[in-house]
Design a protein around this ligand. Structure first.
Ligand code: URA
Length: 433
């Protein structure tokens, strides 16, 4: 196999065979295929696409490019979820303890925030003492005893994706459906869970700007997971507004604790219950309505919060902070951004709001940047709300007060205030089974 020939074949739109894809991924992982040839291939795939068989072979080859996690000791009870990333998305912090309290095993690897999106591991590390890296024995023991462990991506899992994702990031080839599908699904398959529920975000804060293309992505991922023997479902959900009101690591943990304790409701709670109920219905073979009743009872009866507390304690985090969230460190400056005219909040440019939170210190531009756990944004108004001149739209939290004028400008540019009430968008556009 010559990589030159494969690039040329794909450039002309011909499908690659299983062997060609397997050898290409093996060669790229071990280094015999250089980045410049793989970049050309990524661009050829970007323009010519891949059919479902090719995408499945690519996913399989990447899933097996390194170690895989064997969760067979937990039988069919293992369940995982994945969000394609957005702003204010703290669903894992709520969904994982609900499903674990209902009897499933959640052995989860999560990522860190990058660009405008947050990452679950950063959020968890805002709880002092939380260990996001456990030995394999500790990880399995905790899943067995607590039913739930969440760690960062470790070791030699999907090394092909690590290399290829970094390459796509700098060659403008991230937004290609077969490349996104194989990137996400290879990691999920390698992580070993039998049930996988996907939350594919659509809107101004997501990779996929419209619900139609998010639906195409979701359907591809569900088909490939099923072809690999996993129980799959996906939701296409609204990321035209941030999820919930808090954006930024510690702020999001505090909001998630609010949902678990019953003091925060709204769309965040509703989406979490849908995701949790879907994992429970697939994992325990229940009707969706029965699973939803079970998840709701778990949340309302306090068992999900109890499970969250056990989980954080098992991973070394400060349980006193969980029980009393006022102990989380707060930012030295909290500034209220005010409306400069009256009207309805129309479009919110959610990606820009995420970038604004990053500017305040909550995110990172490069992988090695530090994050400020206390920084972020608390939204007081969202799309569809009426505001008077001078009403506070949001509070900006930061430890770098010098950044506030620029951050305020950035936030105001992301919000449109208009005379007409905007049409309400659904929280869930579509469910795919
Ligand atoms: N998330 C991933 O893990 N991979 C992609 O390609 C896009 C989002």
């Amino acid at each position: 196999m010559r990589m030159y020939d494969l690039i040329s074949k794909k450039k002309q739109g011909a499908p690659l065979s299983e062997t060609e894809i397997r050898e290409m991924i093996a060669g790229y992982t071990e280094g015999s295929i250089p980045d410049y040839q793989m970049s050309a291939m990524a661009m050829a795939i970007y323009f010519q696409g891949m059919n479902r068989e090719e995408t499945a072979w690519l996913t399989h080859a990447m899933a097996h490019s390194g170690d895989t996690v064997d969760l067979s000791m937990f039988g069919t009870l293992t369940a995982d979820k994945h969000s394609t990333g957005g702003v204010g998305d703290k669903t894992t912090l709520i969904v994982a303890p609900i499903v674990a309290a209902c009897g499933l095993k959640v052995a989860k690897m999560s990522g860190r925030g990058l660009g405008h999106t947050g990452g679950t591991v950063d959020k968890l590390e805002s709880i002092e003492g939380y260990r996001s890296s456990l030995s394999q024995a500790e990880f399995f023991r905790q899943v067995e005893e607590v039913g739930l462990a969440v760690i960062g991506q470790t070791g030699n899992l999907t090394p092909a994706d690590k290399k290829l994702y970094a390459l796509r990031d700098v060659t403008a080839t991230v937004d290609s459906i077969p490349l996104i599908v194989s990137s996400i699904m290879s990691k999920k398959l390698a992580a070993g869970s039998q049930t996988i529920v996907l939350d594919v975000k659509a809107g101004s804060g997501a990779f996929m700007r419209d619900s139609e293309s998010a639906g195409v992505l979701a359907r591809e991922m569900v088909a490939i997971g099923k072809a690999c023997g996993r129980k799959m479902a996906a939701f296409v959900t609204n990321m035209d507004v941030p999820l919930g009101n808090n954006i930024g690591n510690a702020l999001e943990v505090v909001e998630a604790i609010g949902v678990l304790r019953g003091t925060v409701g709204g769309e965040l709670r509703s989406l979490c219950l849908h995701l949790a109920a879907t994992m429970i219905s697939l994992g325990l073979s229940l009707d969706f309505e029965d699973a939803l009743a079970k998840a709701t009872a778990c949340l309302e009866g306090g068992r999900a919060f109890e499970k969250f507390t056990q989980w954080i304690q098992a991973q070394g985090g400060r349980v006193d902070w969980v029980l009393n969230p006022s102990l989380f460190p707060t930012a030295s400056s909290v500034y209220g951004v005010k409306a400069n005219r009256a009207g309805y909040i129309g479009q919110m440019h959610t990606e820009q709001i995420g970038l604004c939170a990053g500017m305040l210190g909550a995110g990172r531009i490069r992988k090695e940047d530090p994050v400020d756990f206390a920084a972020g944004i608390v939204l007081e108004k969202k799309t569809g709300d009426w505001v008077e001149i001078g009403d506070v739209l949001a509070y900006l939290h930061t430890n770098q007060s010098g950044i506030l004028p620029e951050a305020e400008k950035c936030f105001l540019a992301a919000i449109q205030i208009q005379d007409e009430k905007p049409e309400a968008l659904p929280l869930i556009y579509e469910r795919i089974d």
